[in-house]
Design a protein around this ligand. Structure first.
Ligand code: NDP
Length: 303
Protein backbone atom coordinates (compact mmCIF):
# COMPACT_ATOMS: atom_id res chain seq x y z
CA UNK A 1 0.00 0.00 0.00
CA UNK A 2 1.44 3.37 -0.89
CA UNK A 3 1.02 6.24 1.53
CA UNK A 4 0.80 9.66 -0.11
CA UNK A 5 3.21 12.14 1.50
CA UNK A 6 1.79 14.96 3.62
CA UNK A 7 2.60 18.27 1.99
CA UNK A 8 3.31 21.50 3.79
CA UNK A 9 0.68 24.18 3.60
CA UNK A 10 1.61 27.40 1.83
CA UNK A 11 2.07 30.51 3.93
CA UNK A 12 0.15 33.04 1.86
CA UNK A 13 2.30 36.16 1.89
CA UNK A 14 0.00 37.95 -0.55
CA UNK A 15 -3.03 37.54 1.73
CA UNK A 16 -1.16 38.45 4.93
CA UNK A 17 0.45 41.47 3.21
CA UNK A 18 -3.04 42.57 2.13
CA UNK A 19 -4.08 42.51 5.82
CA UNK A 20 -1.02 44.59 6.78
CA UNK A 21 -1.76 47.08 3.98
CA UNK A 22 -5.35 47.38 5.13
CA UNK A 23 -4.10 48.18 8.68
CA UNK A 24 -1.73 50.76 7.19
CA UNK A 25 -4.56 52.30 5.15
CA UNK A 26 -6.65 52.66 8.33
CA UNK A 27 -3.72 54.34 10.10
CA UNK A 28 -3.16 56.70 7.16
CA UNK A 29 -6.87 57.56 7.32
CA UNK A 30 -6.64 58.29 11.05
CA UNK A 31 -3.62 60.57 10.45
CA UNK A 32 -5.42 62.34 7.58
CA UNK A 33 -8.24 63.24 9.99
CA UNK A 34 -5.58 65.16 11.95
CA UNK A 35 -4.41 66.86 8.71
CA UNK A 36 -1.25 64.73 8.66
CA UNK A 37 -0.38 63.12 5.34
CA UNK A 38 2.54 60.63 5.40
CA UNK A 39 4.97 61.01 2.49
CA UNK A 40 7.70 58.67 1.31
CA UNK A 41 10.66 59.75 -0.84
CA UNK A 42 12.18 57.00 -2.98
CA UNK A 43 15.58 57.44 -4.64
CA UNK A 44 16.41 55.17 -7.56
CA UNK A 45 19.93 55.64 -8.90
CA UNK A 46 20.98 53.93 -12.13
CA UNK A 47 19.09 51.49 -14.31
CA UNK A 48 19.18 48.13 -12.52
CA UNK A 49 16.20 46.25 -13.98
CA UNK A 50 15.15 44.47 -10.76
CA UNK A 51 15.36 47.74 -8.78
CA UNK A 52 13.06 49.44 -11.30
CA UNK A 53 10.45 46.71 -10.74
CA UNK A 54 10.80 46.88 -6.92
CA UNK A 55 10.45 50.69 -6.92
CA UNK A 56 7.43 50.60 -9.23
CA UNK A 57 5.69 48.09 -6.93
CA UNK A 58 6.54 50.12 -3.81
CA UNK A 59 5.11 53.31 -5.34
CA UNK A 60 1.95 51.54 -6.53
CA UNK A 61 1.25 50.06 -3.08
CA UNK A 62 2.00 53.43 -1.43
CA UNK A 63 -0.64 55.08 -3.60
CA UNK A 64 -3.16 52.33 -2.77
CA UNK A 65 -2.90 52.98 0.98
CA UNK A 66 -2.92 56.77 0.58
CA UNK A 67 0.77 57.42 1.24
CA UNK A 68 2.06 60.25 -0.91
CA UNK A 69 5.26 59.28 -2.73
CA UNK A 70 8.03 61.38 -4.23
CA UNK A 71 10.14 59.59 -6.78
CA UNK A 72 13.72 60.68 -7.55
CA UNK A 73 15.20 58.88 -10.55
CA UNK A 74 18.87 59.72 -10.94
CA UNK A 75 21.24 58.60 -13.72
CA UNK A 76 23.86 55.88 -13.13
CA UNK A 77 26.69 58.46 -13.19
CA UNK A 78 25.21 60.54 -10.34
CA UNK A 79 27.90 61.58 -7.86
CA UNK A 80 27.81 60.65 -4.18
CA UNK A 81 27.92 64.36 -3.32
CA UNK A 82 24.73 64.93 -5.31
CA UNK A 83 22.95 62.07 -3.51
CA UNK A 84 24.08 63.40 -0.11
CA UNK A 85 22.82 66.90 -0.96
CA UNK A 86 19.43 65.51 -1.95
CA UNK A 87 19.22 63.42 1.25
CA UNK A 88 20.08 66.52 3.34
CA UNK A 89 17.22 68.40 1.65
CA UNK A 90 14.80 65.54 2.29
CA UNK A 91 15.96 65.25 5.92
CA UNK A 92 15.20 68.95 6.40
CA UNK A 93 11.80 68.84 4.68
CA UNK A 94 9.03 68.38 7.29
CA UNK A 95 6.65 67.23 4.54
CA UNK A 96 8.81 64.12 3.94
CA UNK A 97 8.38 61.37 6.55
CA UNK A 98 10.29 58.48 5.03
CA UNK A 99 13.41 58.23 2.84
CA UNK A 100 14.27 55.06 0.96
CA UNK A 101 17.38 54.66 -1.19
CA UNK A 102 16.92 51.62 -3.42
CA UNK A 103 19.95 49.30 -3.26
CA UNK A 104 22.25 48.34 -4.90
CA UNK A 105 23.96 51.64 -5.74
CA UNK A 106 26.34 52.36 -8.64
CA UNK A 107 29.96 51.64 -7.68
CA UNK A 108 31.01 55.32 -7.27
CA UNK A 109 28.54 55.70 -4.38
CA UNK A 110 29.30 54.13 -1.01
CA UNK A 111 26.26 52.44 0.46
CA UNK A 112 27.16 52.92 4.14
CA UNK A 113 27.82 56.65 3.69
CA UNK A 114 24.46 57.18 2.01
CA UNK A 115 22.58 55.13 4.64
CA UNK A 116 24.28 57.01 7.50
CA UNK A 117 23.29 60.33 5.90
CA UNK A 118 19.56 59.56 6.27
CA UNK A 119 17.94 61.01 9.41
CA UNK A 120 17.36 57.87 11.55
CA UNK A 121 13.77 58.93 12.24
CA UNK A 122 13.10 58.92 8.45
CA UNK A 123 15.09 55.73 7.78
CA UNK A 124 12.15 53.53 6.74
CA UNK A 125 14.50 50.71 5.68
CA UNK A 126 15.86 50.53 9.25
CA UNK A 127 19.48 50.29 8.06
CA UNK A 128 20.95 53.34 9.89
CA UNK A 129 23.32 52.36 12.71
CA UNK A 130 21.16 54.15 15.26
CA UNK A 131 18.20 51.97 14.29
CA UNK A 132 20.33 48.81 14.16
CA UNK A 133 21.64 49.52 17.68
CA UNK A 134 18.15 50.30 18.94
CA UNK A 135 16.86 47.03 17.51
CA UNK A 136 19.55 45.03 19.33
CA UNK A 137 18.65 46.79 22.60
CA UNK A 138 14.90 46.29 22.10
CA UNK A 139 14.11 50.01 21.73
CA UNK A 140 11.25 51.32 19.57
CA UNK A 141 12.95 51.90 16.24
CA UNK A 142 12.41 51.54 12.53
CA UNK A 143 13.11 47.86 11.89
CA UNK A 144 14.23 46.41 8.52
CA UNK A 145 11.19 45.58 6.39
CA UNK A 146 11.96 42.04 5.20
CA UNK A 147 12.69 40.57 8.67
CA UNK A 148 9.65 42.40 10.11
CA UNK A 149 7.52 40.85 7.37
CA UNK A 150 8.97 37.39 8.08
CA UNK A 151 8.10 37.79 11.78
CA UNK A 152 4.49 38.59 10.90
CA UNK A 153 4.35 35.46 8.71
CA UNK A 154 5.73 33.38 11.58
CA UNK A 155 3.29 34.80 14.16
CA UNK A 156 0.44 34.13 11.76
CA UNK A 157 1.63 30.56 11.21
CA UNK A 158 2.90 29.49 14.65
CA UNK A 159 1.30 31.87 17.16
CA UNK A 160 3.61 32.20 20.17
CA UNK A 161 7.23 31.57 19.14
CA UNK A 162 8.64 31.26 22.69
CA UNK A 163 11.04 28.37 23.16
CA UNK A 164 11.13 27.36 19.50
CA UNK A 165 14.52 26.70 17.90
CA UNK A 166 15.06 28.94 14.89
CA UNK A 167 17.90 28.64 12.39
CA UNK A 168 18.61 31.64 10.16
CA UNK A 169 20.68 30.80 7.09
CA UNK A 170 22.56 33.95 6.02
CA UNK A 171 23.99 36.80 8.09
CA UNK A 172 23.60 39.90 5.92
CA UNK A 173 22.97 43.27 7.56
CA UNK A 174 19.65 43.66 5.77
CA UNK A 175 18.11 40.24 6.36
CA UNK A 176 20.02 37.59 8.35
CA UNK A 177 21.29 39.63 11.34
CA UNK A 178 18.10 41.63 12.04
CA UNK A 179 16.05 38.45 11.53
CA UNK A 180 18.10 36.64 14.17
CA UNK A 181 17.67 39.61 16.56
CA UNK A 182 13.89 39.69 16.10
CA UNK A 183 13.62 35.92 16.66
CA UNK A 184 15.66 36.28 19.85
CA UNK A 185 13.31 39.03 21.03
CA UNK A 186 10.43 36.63 20.35
CA UNK A 187 12.11 34.22 22.82
CA UNK A 188 13.33 31.72 20.25
CA UNK A 189 16.64 29.91 20.66
CA UNK A 190 18.49 31.16 17.61
CA UNK A 191 21.33 29.72 15.52
CA UNK A 192 22.79 31.63 12.58
CA UNK A 193 24.32 29.62 9.77
CA UNK A 194 26.65 31.13 7.16
CA UNK A 195 29.21 30.17 4.53
CA UNK A 196 31.81 29.16 7.14
CA UNK A 197 29.43 27.03 9.25
CA UNK A 198 30.45 23.40 9.68
CA UNK A 199 27.69 20.95 8.74
CA UNK A 200 25.04 23.61 8.30
CA UNK A 201 22.48 20.99 7.25
CA UNK A 202 22.81 19.14 10.59
CA UNK A 203 22.23 22.41 12.51
CA UNK A 204 19.26 23.17 10.31
CA UNK A 205 17.70 19.73 10.90
CA UNK A 206 17.34 20.65 14.59
CA UNK A 207 15.20 23.70 13.84
CA UNK A 208 11.47 24.24 14.34
CA UNK A 209 11.75 27.40 12.21
CA UNK A 210 14.13 27.85 9.26
CA UNK A 211 14.57 31.28 7.65
CA UNK A 212 16.68 31.17 4.50
CA UNK A 213 18.37 34.30 3.05
CA UNK A 214 21.36 33.07 1.10
CA UNK A 215 20.88 34.17 -2.52
CA UNK A 216 21.53 30.67 -3.94
CA UNK A 217 18.71 29.16 -5.99
CA UNK A 218 17.03 26.13 -4.39
CA UNK A 219 19.98 25.35 -2.09
CA UNK A 220 17.90 24.02 0.81
CA UNK A 221 16.01 20.80 0.17
CA UNK A 222 14.13 18.29 2.34
CA UNK A 223 17.39 16.75 3.63
CA UNK A 224 18.07 20.01 5.57
CA UNK A 225 14.74 19.97 7.40
CA UNK A 226 13.20 18.37 10.47
CA UNK A 227 9.73 16.92 9.90
CA UNK A 228 7.16 19.63 10.60
CA UNK A 229 9.57 22.58 10.37
CA UNK A 230 8.17 25.97 9.30
CA UNK A 231 10.19 27.35 6.39
CA UNK A 232 10.47 31.03 5.42
CA UNK A 233 12.22 31.46 2.08
CA UNK A 234 13.52 35.01 1.63
CA UNK A 235 15.48 34.27 -1.55
CA UNK A 236 14.52 35.70 -4.92
CA UNK A 237 16.53 34.24 -7.79
CA UNK A 238 15.81 34.28 -11.50
CA UNK A 239 16.79 31.03 -13.23
CA UNK A 240 16.78 30.16 -16.89
CA UNK A 241 14.47 27.37 -18.03
CA UNK A 242 13.85 25.75 -21.40
CA UNK A 243 10.85 28.01 -21.89
CA UNK A 244 12.41 31.27 -20.65
CA UNK A 245 13.10 32.18 -17.03
CA UNK A 246 11.30 32.02 -13.71
CA UNK A 247 11.71 33.15 -10.11
CA UNK A 248 12.72 30.62 -7.46
CA UNK A 249 13.69 30.93 -3.82
CA UNK A 250 16.75 29.72 -1.91
CA UNK A 251 14.67 26.67 -0.94
CA UNK A 252 13.83 23.78 -3.23
CA UNK A 253 10.09 24.24 -2.70
CA UNK A 254 8.96 20.93 -4.25
CA UNK A 255 11.36 18.90 -2.12
CA UNK A 256 11.02 20.93 1.12
CA UNK A 257 7.24 20.80 1.22
CA UNK A 258 7.33 16.99 1.54
CA UNK A 259 8.89 17.44 5.01
CA UNK A 260 7.95 20.93 6.28
CA UNK A 261 4.58 21.72 7.88
CA UNK A 262 4.35 25.20 6.32
CA UNK A 263 6.42 27.04 3.72
CA UNK A 264 6.43 30.38 1.89
CA UNK A 265 6.22 30.08 -1.90
CA UNK A 266 8.39 32.20 -4.22
CA UNK A 267 6.94 34.41 -5.53
CA UNK A 268 4.02 35.24 -3.22
CA UNK A 269 5.65 34.65 0.16
CA UNK A 270 8.09 37.12 1.70
CA UNK A 271 8.22 39.60 -1.23
CA UNK A 272 4.78 41.21 -0.68
CA UNK A 273 5.51 41.45 3.07
CA UNK A 274 8.64 43.55 2.47
CA UNK A 275 6.61 46.21 0.66
CA UNK A 276 3.81 46.12 3.24
CA UNK A 277 6.31 46.70 6.06
CA UNK A 278 7.99 49.54 4.17
CA UNK A 279 4.64 51.35 4.20
CA UNK A 280 3.99 50.38 7.82
CA UNK A 281 7.41 51.85 8.67
CA UNK A 282 6.45 55.07 6.85
CA UNK A 283 3.45 55.42 9.17
CA UNK A 284 5.58 54.54 12.23
CA UNK A 285 8.15 57.16 11.13
CA UNK A 286 5.37 59.74 10.73
CA UNK A 287 4.12 59.01 14.26
CA UNK A 288 7.65 59.14 15.72
CA UNK A 289 8.22 62.54 14.06
CA UNK A 290 4.92 63.80 15.40
CA UNK A 291 5.86 62.70 18.92
CA UNK A 292 9.29 64.28 18.57
CA UNK A 293 7.83 67.61 17.42
CA UNK A 294 5.36 67.60 20.34
CA UNK A 295 8.03 66.89 22.97
CA UNK A 296 10.60 69.31 21.51
CA UNK A 297 11.18 72.24 23.89
CA UNK A 298 9.55 75.44 22.58
CA UNK A 299 11.87 78.06 21.13
CA UNK A 300 12.50 80.92 23.60
CA UNK A 301 10.25 83.88 22.76
CA UNK A 302 11.76 87.40 22.83
CA UNK A 303 9.56 90.45 22.82
P1 NDP B 1 23.78 38.49 0.93
O1 NDP B 1 24.49 38.03 -0.28
O2 NDP B 1 24.07 39.83 1.49
O3 NDP B 1 24.03 37.42 2.10
C1 NDP B 1 23.98 36.05 1.84
C2 NDP B 1 24.33 35.29 3.10
O4 NDP B 1 24.27 33.91 2.80
C3 NDP B 1 25.73 35.58 3.65
O5 NDP B 1 25.67 35.80 5.03
C4 NDP B 1 26.50 34.30 3.31
O6 NDP B 1 27.46 33.93 4.29
C5 NDP B 1 25.41 33.25 3.32
N1 NDP B 1 25.78 32.11 2.49
C6 NDP B 1 26.24 32.12 1.21
N2 NDP B 1 26.49 30.87 0.79
C7 NDP B 1 26.18 30.04 1.83
C8 NDP B 1 26.23 28.65 2.03
N3 NDP B 1 26.65 27.81 1.06
N4 NDP B 1 25.85 28.16 3.23
C9 NDP B 1 25.42 28.96 4.22
N5 NDP B 1 25.35 30.31 4.09
C10 NDP B 1 25.73 30.84 2.91
O7 NDP B 1 22.22 38.31 0.62
P2 NDP B 1 20.91 39.05 1.23
O8 NDP B 1 20.75 38.69 2.66
O9 NDP B 1 20.90 40.45 0.82
O10 NDP B 1 19.78 38.31 0.36
C11 NDP B 1 19.59 36.92 0.42
C12 NDP B 1 18.50 36.53 -0.57
O11 NDP B 1 17.29 37.17 -0.17
C13 NDP B 1 18.73 36.96 -2.01
O12 NDP B 1 18.16 35.98 -2.86
C14 NDP B 1 17.94 38.25 -2.14
O13 NDP B 1 17.52 38.49 -3.47
C15 NDP B 1 16.77 37.92 -1.26
N6 NDP B 1 16.08 39.09 -0.71
C16 NDP B 1 14.72 39.09 -0.78
C17 NDP B 1 13.99 40.11 -0.23
C18 NDP B 1 12.51 40.04 -0.28
O14 NDP B 1 11.85 41.05 -0.13
N7 NDP B 1 11.95 38.84 -0.46
C19 NDP B 1 14.64 41.26 0.40
C20 NDP B 1 16.09 41.13 0.52
C21 NDP B 1 16.76 40.08 -0.04
P3 NDP B 1 28.80 34.80 4.60
O15 NDP B 1 28.34 35.96 5.42
O16 NDP B 1 29.66 33.84 5.35
O17 NDP B 1 29.35 35.19 3.26
Amino acid sequence: MSVSPAFARDIDGKAIAAQVLSEVKDEVGALARQQIHPALAVLLIGDDAASQVYVRNKLLRAEEVGIHSLEYRLPANTTQAHVLTLIAQLNADPAVNGILVQLPLPSQIQEHIVIQAIDPIKDVDGFHRQNVGGLVQGATVLTPCTPSGCMRLLYDTCGDLSGLHAVVIGRSNIVGKPMATLLLQANCSVSVVHSRSVDAAALCRMADIVVVAVGRPQMIDASWLKAGAVVIDVGINRIETQTGSRLVGDVDYVSARTVASAITPVPGGVGPMTIAYLLKNTVIATRLQLEESRTRAPEPQFA
